[in-house]
Ligand binder design. Structure first.
Ligand SMILES: [Zn+2]
Length: 283
């Protein structure tokens, strides 16, 4: 009987949870003290300092052992993770946070407007609140961040830029790295994707959504993404750049043109959808 119940639970889970399971990806140094420790799709980053490490994005709960293994493969300790940050409070970037907090005692720092999202485990999401398949473990936030806040650890500073719309507290992180004697500005795009079904006009649960997207696009255009990264590996073509890493004399992750192209493309996509929804709402 127990076995049957278990099988039903597994089947139910698979029906609800349609997210394709990400695969492991080899961990590697991107530049300076910045490392890739995510999966082939869900990007996680480790910033190593003499005072301990910063981890950006906890991914799915099931990915936490992969992240831990990646950190250890690079020769670092998972338990040295002092600060945990996220790109935004959706399950694919934040579901593993509770587990990581338990295993490392890292301080969880989240942008003010995404705090309720992670502390409710997705139940206050403006769009997905009624979709239990996106719920994730409720996680306590230790430090509430605000737009422009700087996080300093062991000589590295990260700036939190509010680039809302995708979620109300969606955060684009910015930092500087020194690599082979040169300094580069790194931008981790939090996401300006308009998800299928997002209402950009007359949105009752997120009235400012279109204004927030427009502001996010403006902020992202003002940043210099010498090294262009983001919440999903697909934004910056991780696989292609990784393949070039050992064959090219120039670090393929230094890609300011790719950064500008990505923002321009997402800007076009946003305004196309926004104009369409405005027309539909008038007719
Ligand atoms: Zn998202």
């Amino acid at each position: 009987m127990k076995k049957i119940l278990f099988l039903i639970a597994v089947m139910f889970n698979q029906l609800c949870f349609s997210y394709p399971m990400p695969h492991p990806f080899p961990p590697f140094r991107i530049a300076g003290n910045l490392y890739y420790v995510g999966t082939d799709d869900l990007a996680s980053y480790l910033i190593v300092t003499p005072k301990g490490n910063i981890l950006i994005n906890s991914d799915l709960e099931a990915n936490v052992p992969m992240i831990k293994t990646s950190i250890e493969k690079l020769g670092f300790k998972f338990s040295d993770t002092k600060i945990l940050l996220i790109s935004h409070g959706h399950f694919d970037h934040a579901a593993g946070s509770k587990l990581i907090k338990q295993q490392t005692n890292a301080k969880y720092m989240v942008m003010d407007k995404d705090v309720s999202l992670v502390e409710s485990g997705g139940k206050t999401d403006f769009h997905y609140a009624n979709d239990p398949s996106i719920y994730f473990p409720v996680t306590k936030v230790d430090n509430v961040l605000h737009d422009g806040d700087k996080i300093e650890l062991g000589g590295t500073t990260l700036t939190a830029h509010l680039t809302a719309g995708h979620t109300p507290g969606c955060t684009t992180w910015e930092m500087q790295v020194t690599d082979h004697g040169k300094q580069y500005n790194v931008v981790f795009v939090g996401s300006i994707n308009v998800n299928p079904g997002y209402k950009l006009v007359n949105n009752k649960t997120y009235p400012n959504i279109s204004k927030d997207y427009e502001h996010a696009i403006k902020v992202l255009k003002s940043l210099h993404g010498d090294i262009f990264l983001g919440a999903h590996a697909g934004y910056f073509d991780l696989k292609h750049k990784y393949a070039l890493l050992n064959t090219s004399s120039i670090n393929p992750f230094i890609d300011p043109i790719g950064y500008k192209k990505h923002i321009a493309q997402k800007e076009r996509e946003f305004f196309k959808e926004f104009e369409k929804q405005k027309l539909d709402s008038e007719s």
